[in-house]
Ligand binder design. Sequence first.
Ligand SMILES: NC(=O)c1ccc[n+]([C@@H]2O[C@H](COP(=O)([O-])OP(=O)(O)OC[C@H]3O[C@@H](n4cnc5c(N)ncnc54)[C@H](O)[C@@H]3O)[C@@H](O)[C@H]2O)c1
Length: 353
Amino acid sequence: MTIRILQVGLGQWGADWAETVVPQVPEVEAIGWVDQNPEALKRVKRRLGARPDRCFSTFEAALSNIDADAVLVTADVLAHAPLVEFALEGGKHVLVEKPFVVTTAEAERLADLADRYHLTLMVSQNFRFFPAAISAARLVREQVLGPVGAVHIEFRRSLNCTPADESFYAFRQPLLEDLGIHHFDLMRMVLGQEPRQVYCTAWQPQGSSFREPPAAAATIIFDRGTVVTYRGNWLSVGVETPYGGEWHMECGEGEIIWTCRGDRDVTLDGDQVSIRKRGQPLVPIGLPPMASFGRRESLATFARAVQNGTAAPFASLARDNIGSLALMQAAITSAATGRVISVETINSKRPKH
Ligand SMILES: NC(=O)c1ccc[n+]([C@@H]2O[C@H](COP(=O)([O-])OP(=O)(O)OC[C@H]3O[C@@H](n4cnc5c(N)ncnc54)[C@H](O)[C@@H]3O)[C@@H](O)[C@H]2O)c1
């Protein structure tokens, strides 16, 4: 059974989904598009040849006119909570772009709603669907080099935007919320542990035009004792890393070094994993072949979860994603207050590793 999808939010990233991702996933068929911005709708009509009677300026109108099985929410984060709620109330399964929502309280309410209606609610944490991340998680699970004691993660990128682009620089928490949610989510996926405590500091690098800090450093303690040090900088002058950041995982018997997610999640160029046994040279390891990866695999995983009623191990179902949001929220609070913040066990219904 093909899952019929209605997509809401056709801005820069949403249009990329509509044009390059959805048509490549055989498990789904796009049957309607929504954006409140007429220019965004015109672009979809022009580039996809979408029929005018399948394009809507409001989600309400689309739901009354289109019989979809599921909704793909690719609007900006502040629109996620009301759109997801409306979709669930309309009986639709939902795949929503990251960050799921802004607070864990909203996330919990929506996860409860999905449970109540027996609907699949999944967050598209596309960095999970890269071979290097999956391979790193497997090496940790199988304890190939023993338990992980410490992890050092560094993300460096130099954003090349025109200084006049004010809306871009007004972005909310460009590092800790917009990108950091991927890194926080990967920490939980790869370590198979839950964060307990975080101290974070965030700053404005010299010459920054961002309204909120594009750089931060954090120390995070996980529940089986692993300590993660994390540094990220959107205005770094250092050598750029792939978007997944450079990971050094120090285990009992050696080190696992890896990185993932190159540009726009359309190549595997950013994916690499190496291991170094204590006192021995670094050895690159082969990555598992993946016919589809990134957003394509995220969408296919969602479609299969809807079809089968069960989700694959790395699917980021809403209930589980609350753990990543809780860490993100705690890091932002720590940076704002200068205090160590404990990452609350937000929801007792969340499965424990
Ligand atoms: N996973 C990744 O690698 C990645 C990369 C970039 C962006 N994203 C995520 O994708 C999402 C969209 O990002 P973007 O850069 O395209 O945002 P954007 O601000 O460029 O576009 C958002 C679009 O949503 C529309 N919209 C907002 N509220 C709406 C509503 N109620 N009804 C209909 N349309 C509505 C707006 O008109 C706009 O066209 C965000 O959640 C962002 O974090 C993810």
